[in-house]
Design a protein around this ligand. Structure first.
Ligand SMILES: Cc1cc2nc3c(=O)[nH]c(=O)nc-3n(C[C@H](O)[C@H](O)[C@H](O)COP(=O)(O)O)c2cc1C
Length: 186
C-alpha cells in the first residue's frame, strides 16, 4: 500500500465562520490520497509562559505538542492581523517549540496559506509565519505562494468553492503532496 502522510493543519483564526478554516477544509477535500489533512485546534492553548513549563503542564499544551509530533507535516492557514500573525497562531507556534531542544516542529515539511477579505491576501502574515519557520527548522515549500485575497467571494452560497479558486488550491495541495514526500524521504 502506498504511504499516506498525516498533515496537521494549524488555522490562525478562532472564528466560527472563519474563511481560513473554510479554505483549510477545502484543501483537505482536494488533497490527493497520499495526504490526510486534519485541523489541530489551538483555541484552548493557554498563553505561553516559561514558568509554567517547570510546573504542572497544561493538558492543552501536551495535547497540542503530541498532535504535532505525531504528524508527518504541517500546513499553516492564517489570516493577517495588523499586517502580521494573529496572536493565537503565534502562541501555538511558541507552545509547540518548547521545551528547548524538544520542539515538536523540527524538520516537518510545511507550507503557508494566507486568506484575507482584502486585496493583499495576508502577505504580511504569510511572511511573518515564514520568518519563524526558519528558526523552527521546518523546510517550507516556496512555490506556489498562496496569498488568497477577496475571501468573501471564495465560496458560493451553497458553500461550494468557486471555479476560479478551486484549480489554484488543487495545484497548491498537489505540489504540497510532492513536497511532503520529498522531504519525508530525506
Ligand atoms: C485585529 C484584527 C486585525 C486585522 N488586520 C488585518 C490586516 O492587517 N490585513 C488584512 O488583510 N485583514 C486584517 N483584518 C481582517 C481579517 O482579514 C478578517 O477579519 C478575516 O475575516 C479574518 O480571517 P477569518 O475569516 O479566517 O477569521 C484584521 C482583523 C482583525 C480582527
Amino acid at each position: 500500500m502506498s504511504q499516506v502522510y498525516s498533515v496537521a493543519v494549524v488555522v490562525g483564526s478562532l472564528r466560527k465562520e472563519s474563511y481560513n478554516r473554510k479554505v483549510a477544509l477545502a484543501l483537505s477535500e482536494l488533497a490527493p490520497p497520499s495526504l490526510a489533512l486534519k485541523i489541530v485546534e489551538i483555541g484552548d492553548l493557554p498563553l505561553y509562559n516559561e514558568d509554567v513549563e517547570a510546573e504542572a503542564l497544561p493538558e492543552a499544551w501536551k495535547r497540542f505538542r503530541d498532535e504535532i509530533r505525531r504528524s508527518d507535516a504541517v500546513l499553516f492557514v492564517t489570516p493577517e492581523y495588523n499586517r502580521s500573525v494573529p496572536g493565537c497562531l503565534k502562541n501555538a507556534i511558541d507552545v509547540g517549540s518548547r521545551p528547548y531542544g524538544q520542539s515538536a516542529w523540527s524538520g516537518k515539511p510545511t507550507a503557508v496559506v494566507s486568506v484575507s477579505p482584502g486585496a493583499v491576501g495576508g502577505f504580511g502574515a504569510n511572511h511573518a509565519v515564514r520568518q519563524s519557520l526558519v528558526f523552527l527548522d521546518m523546510p517550507c515549500m516556496q512555490m506556489p505562494e498562496a496569498y488568497i485575497g477577496g475571501a468573501a467571494s471564495l465560496f458560493e452560497d451553497t458553500g461550494k468553492l468557486n471555479d476560479k479558486t478551486r484549480p489554484f488550491l488543487q495545484a497548491f495541495v498537489d505540489k504540497f503532496a510532492s513536497w511532503v514526500k520529498l522531504n519525508r524521504a530525506v
